[in-house]
Design a binder for this molecule. Structure first.
Ligand SMILES: CC(C)(COP(=O)(O)OP(=O)(O)OC[C@H]1O[C@@H](n2cnc3c(N)ncnc32)[C@H](O)[C@@H]1OP(=O)(O)O)[C@@H](O)C(=O)NCCC(=O)NCCS
Length: 278
């Protein structure tokens, strides 16, 4: 078996390889070429530090490494079903960890879907330990959002991309790789709403509004009851974007989560965030 740097492959080849490793995946997430390109760009995936495992010109698996100052992120790791349990996943992971060490990473992070026992065992074997459990939640479009007056909203301010980034840089909780400021700074066309309530509650939401879907949703409560302000901020957002469904990734099970639920979000699946100190 040979490990070949992923930058020697086209995005089409990488997409095909990735999809083949995920045919039986816990949560179906097929990629297309455009989405993989976006993914690599948004999450600072270094293709030269990522690899594809091949034997006799046949792809066996692949793994990718995101690189940010002193930190690495293992992602897209997968082995074709026919090649599993022969040490290929482990060999790819070793190569990614070597690459992280060569790039002076002090920590390597990753997320694994809760219930993905083979992957969880593999990462545990290499010394990764759990840091947090994260929720991926969705909301269907058209779910009735309450009227502004009934929500006790005093003022809503629309903010642009640059202003959204300023808000995101001030978050109190440590964000996850997928929604931390480095990711957000790689995106275009973020928006934000700053919501002030009659009772002194104040909060904001940043988001990316696509034609059919709202993504990159991050809520922060500045003042007031966390669940109430979160629900209000989200209800304001969904009154503005009635047609779009919404996805929020990698949030925590805290007081804000009850606000998400009150605004119509439901739990889609959980991820376990893990970390290894090099
Ligand atoms: C997770 C995955 C990459 C493992 O690849 P693999 O080549 O089968 O794994 P390896 O043969 O190198 O096994 C290495 C270690 O992983 C763990 N492991 C792998 N498969 C396992 C299974 N079915 N059950 C329990 N542990 C397992 C074991 O700790 C194993 O070490 P051991 O052989 O000493 O027991 C593979 O199952 C896969 O591609 N799954 C679908 C995609 C996926 O889940 N990717 C990870 C996303 S976070």
């Amino acid at each position: 078996m040979e490990l070949i740097p992923a930058d020697r492959f086209s995005f089409r080849q990488l997409t095909e390889a990735y999809n083949q490793t995920r045919v039986d995946y816990l949560v179906p997430m097929p990629m297309n070429e455009a989405r993989l390109r976006e993914y690599v760009y948004a999450y600072d995936v270094a293709l030269a530090a990522s690899c594809v495992a091949m034997r006799h010109k046949t792809t066996l698996g692949l793994g990718m490494l995101g690189l940010r100052p002193q930190r690495g992120w293992v992602t897209r790791l997968g082995v074709l079903p026919s090649g599993r349990r022969q040490g290929i996943g482990q060999t790819i992971l070793e190569a990614l960890l070597d690459a992280a060490a060569r790039h002076q990473c002090r920590e390597v992070w990753l997320e694994v879907i809760k219930g993905n026992e083979p992957a969880y065992q593999l990462f545990s074997k290499f010394g990764f330990t759990e840091t947090r459990e994260l929720i991926v939640a969705r909301r269907a479009p058209g779910t009735e959002a309450r009227r502004m007056v009934d929500m006790g909203v005093r003022r809503v301010t629309n903010l642009n991309h640059e202003e959204a980034l300023i808000l995101l840089a001030q978050r109190r909780e440590r964000p996850n790789w997928l929604n931390e400021i480095e990711t957000m700074s790689n995106l275009r066309n973020l928006s934000a709403l700053l919501v002030e309530m009659n009772n002194g509650g104040r909060g904001w939401v940043t988001y990316h509004a696509g034609l059919l879907q709202l993504t990159r949703i991050v809520v922060e409560v500045v003042a007031g009851d966390p669940a109430e302000v979160t629900a209000t901020v989200l209800n304001v957002l969904h009154r503005l974007y009635k047609r779009q469904d919404a996805i929020v990734e990698n949030i925590f099970e805290d007081a804000l989560w009850s606000g998400y639920q009150a605004a119509g979000y439901f739990d889609a699946f959980h991820r376990i965030e893990m970390m290894l100190t090099l």
